[in-house]
Design a protein around this ligand. Sequence first.
Ligand code: ZN
Length: 277
Amino acid sequence: MQFIDIGVNLMSAAFDQDREAVLAAAKNAGVSPLIITGSSLESSADALSYAEGRLNDCRATAGVHPHNAKHWDDAAPHLLRELAVRDALAAVGECGLDYNRNFSPPAAQRRCFEEQLALAAELGKPVFLHERDAFKDFSAIVKKYRAQLAGVVVHCFTGGVKELETYLAMDCHIGITGWICDERRGGHLVSLIKHIPADRLLLETDAPYLLPRSLPRPLPSSAGGPDAVKVRGGRNEPRFLPHIAAFAARALGKETEQLAAETCANAIRFFKINRVI
Ligand SMILES: [Zn+2]
């Protein structure tokens, strides 16, 4: 079975000690290629350089996360343009709006978001989007640019039926993470996922964040059961994507094999991945 993790923050410091091993373990678990998420101009350049030496295993997005929008200045669109035409580029992003903690002022977030969408539209690249506590402004901005955009994925979808219907009506793809495995805050996704058309669903870990809550953990005094995995410091990894896929497949009432095949085909089509082992 092949799985494609469309959202891995592989350039995060959480992977500085063992990035190659994390990539190898993912591949061993059938998770390949990885789409590495860029969240600032610097991390995007790093991600593209890393992926360019490994085009069969990695691609990368290039963009500025709303948390970093306060650094978006007049030079930024030109720098992003240079990144967005590189070989390993899968999409422009991660970009969007996050009013949850407003690490950047909302007005700066909106400017940063709109200028990235305009650039993606001009270059014909799909976009990898983030929305948190900003649905109204976010959906209005996506709507404004949607007709000009090659493709849109709303990553790490955690919203409700209204949000989902709005995105699907705009022909967006939906990224589902291990959030669905958390019955305390993601339980609603178990029924909502059935409303996502099979050709619009993508899977992602968002590693090192969002370790699936339902992942079997080793017992402290033993090696654990046969399914138990050693989790390093609560860190999520792309090798756990099959667990998320199996959970999502149960919610959908289909075989994991079928879901893996469908979501891989979607990712290959969406990100135009043409060189996959
Ligand atoms: Zn995000």
